[in-house]
Structure formats: structure tokens, C-alpha cells
Design a protein. Structure first.
Length: 330
């Protein structure tokens, strides 16, 4: 992979890959591994944030925490999908929101933190929204790829030596994957900024710096929380994203999912309940590349019976949400 941009270059790509591998690594460590100064890494990081959509944030791993996750497909009346997508994007329990089907469908992942959140959204707010014509909710059952696994890891952006130099140090003991009530200020601070310094986390939580370090290490080691990276795939030369709703033969469900996880085009893959049994996010350079994938590597995969492809017209939210300058009333 090479950056297809007049603004960003190979070093920026390596920095993104380094952050996917160890998002809280100090700039000095990243610079030493990549062979540049920490000031250079800091400048590149700020530019990626300003111009490439880079954000580093903590994510609660619903699968490890035993919480439900859902993919929603909302068919909307004309001219209402964008407003509904923007309203959903403001909720803290949503991610990966996109407009599809020519702008008449909203696709959204929800990670309700309690049954009450789930009921409020699926049984309360959405059914009472007049412009929502149809709701299809698909519960995610098993993640094949995504979550803590970064997409850039598929492209050998870093050498084996660089990966070894950046990999986080193992922490002693894992413990159960859980977020206790006293952890909420810490997790909330990291959800705002996954690279917040320990003094900043100390001020946000009122705990000592050593206590913050220990608890953060425990949360990450247990898998309850991971630090994730979002950015605009357009700067990598991959502006096209689509949701693929795949039906695999039941006996081939796991083998198909495992195979999909190895494909370069796949940024996320999960088994799901509903009319299809696998949902994936595919990223491509253009429509020709998407067609080549659908008709080639995916189409020839044994066990795949049916594929529905819904390209995103626009991605409204990945992990975080930047409020647009002009908002339509909801």
C-alpha cells in the first residue's frame, strides 16, 4: 500500500500503522522505530488529525464484555435519512453510521451499554420516528475481524523489526473483562482522547497516577477496552466503502467468515442473526475494484450463496462524530 495523496506520504502511513499497533506509544518511541525525530512524529500526528480525520479513542469491547451489538438498517422516507443519521451519530452507543441505497437507508452499529439503552432505541425512539419506514436489526454473534485488529496490519506497512519495537509491553495478569463504576471517569476520558497523558487522566479521575496506570493496564490486558484509531481511508487511496450482507451455507458459516478475515478488502467481518448470516465492511479504491472483488475472490469462495452489496453514499460517523457546520433539524 502507498499513500495516494499530495499531502501525505509513506511516513504518515507508517505512523498510522504504528498507532493501530500501539496507539499510546510515546512519539519518541515511534520516532526511534521509524528513524525520525519525535518532533517530526508530533508534527505528522497533528497534520493527520487536522487534515486526515485522525482520532485516537478508547472503545469498550462489547464482545469481551458480554454485551449485545447490533447492525441496524433503517429505510427512510426521501430527504430524511441524513437528519436521522446525524441524530443517531450524537448518541454515545452508536458507531459506523453510513448513508446507503442512494441516501434512503441508514446503516448503523449500536453498542447499547444496558438493556434500557437497547429498548430505548429499538422499541422506543426509532419506531416513533415517522420518517423511518422500515427497521431491520441484526444482532452480531461472532467477530471474525475488526475491533482491536487494525486494517493496516494486512498491508505489511511495518517491518517485523518495527512491529517488535512498537508492540506494547505485556502487563502482568489479565483479570476478568469488566468496567467497574469507579472506572467510568477513566474510560470516559480515554473515549475523548485515547492518548491523554497520565497527569491528564489523574486530573480527570481524581486517582493517583500510579493507580491510573495500573487500572488502565488492567482494562486493556483484560480486553474490556482497547485504544482504536480512525482516519479517512480516502487519504490512503480507498474512498469507496460498502456493507456486504452475505448468506453462507450454515455448515460453511465459520469457514467463510475466517476466510473473509484474511481478505485485504475487509475491514470488519461478523456473523450475524437475520436474513443474512455474515456482515462485512469492504473498502476499495473504486467501483471497478469493488466489482473485481465481488466477482472474483468473494464470488469464488466456497459456501457463499448470496451477497447483497450496499455502497456507502457518505460515512456520517466512524468511532467519533464531528458535528457538521450546518445541521438540519431533527
Amino acid at each position: 500500500m502507498e499513500m495516494e495523496s499530495h499531502t501525505f506520504d509513506k511516513l504518515d502511513l507508517q505512523l498510522l500503522a504504528a498507532l493501530e499497533l500501539n496507539a499510546r506509544a510515546p512519539f519518541s518511541r515511534i520516532g526511534a522505530v521509524l528513524g525520525v525525530s519525535d518532533q517530526t512524529i508530533a508534527r505528522r500526528y497533528r497534520r493527520l488529525c487536522a487534515e486526515g480525520g485522525l482520532r485516537v479513542v478508547a472503545v469498550r469491547d462489547a464482545q469481551r464484555l458480554g454485551q449485545d451489538q447490533w447492525m441496524l438498517r433503517l429505510r427512510c422516507a426521501p430527504d430524511s435519512a441524513e437528519a436521522i443519521a446525524e441524530a443517531l451519530a450524537k448518541r454515545p452507543d452508536t458507531a459506523w453510521i453510513g448513508l446507503a441505497a442512494g441516501g434512503t437507508e441508514v446503516q448503523c452499529m449500536t453498542r447499547p451499554r444496558s438493556p434500557g439503552d437497547h429498548d430505548d432505541l429499538l422499541l422506543g425512539r426509532l419506531p416513533r420516528t415517522p420518517s423511518v419506514v422500515e427497521i431491520r436489526a441484526h444482532q452480531l454473534l461472532h467477530r471474525f475481524y475488526g475491533g482491536p485488529q487494525g486494517w493496516l496490519g494486512k498491508f505489511a506497512v511495518l517491518t517485523d523489526e518495527q512491529i517488535a519495537g512498537l508492540r506494547p509491553e505485556p502487563s502482568g495478569g489479565t483479570g476478568p473483562a469488566r468496567i467497574d463504576p469507579e472506572d467510568e471517569p477513566l474510560v470516559a476520558a480515554l473515549e475523548r482522547d485515547g492518548r491523554a497523558t497520565y497527569p491528564e487522566l489523574q486530573r480527570a479521575t481524581g486517582r493517583s497516577e500510579s493507580a491510573v496506570k495500573r487500572r488502565l493496564a488492567g482494562l486493556i490486558a483484560s480486553g474490556a477496552v482497547y485504544i482504536d484509531v480512525e482516519y479517512h481511508s480516502e487519504i490512503l487511496g480507498y474512498p469507496l466503502a460498502a456493507c456486504l450482507w452475505i448468506t453462507a451455507a450454515p455448515a460453511a458459516l465459520h469457514s467463510v467468515g475466517e476466510a473473509l478475515a484474511t481478505h485485504d478488502e475487509i475491514a470488519f467481518a461478523s456473523a450475524t442473526a437475520g436474513s443474512s448470516n455474515i456482515v462485512v465492511t469492504a473498502v476499495a479504491r473504486d467501483t471497478a475494484a469493488l466489482y473485481a472483488y465481488l466477482s472474483g475472490r468473494l464470488g469464488s469462495l466456497e459456501g457463499v450463496q448470496y451477497v447483497e452489496t450496499t455502497p456507502f453514499l457518505r460515512r456520517v460517523k466512524q468511532l467519533t462524530y464531528a458535528r457538521p457546520a450546518r445541521q438540519r433539524p431533527v
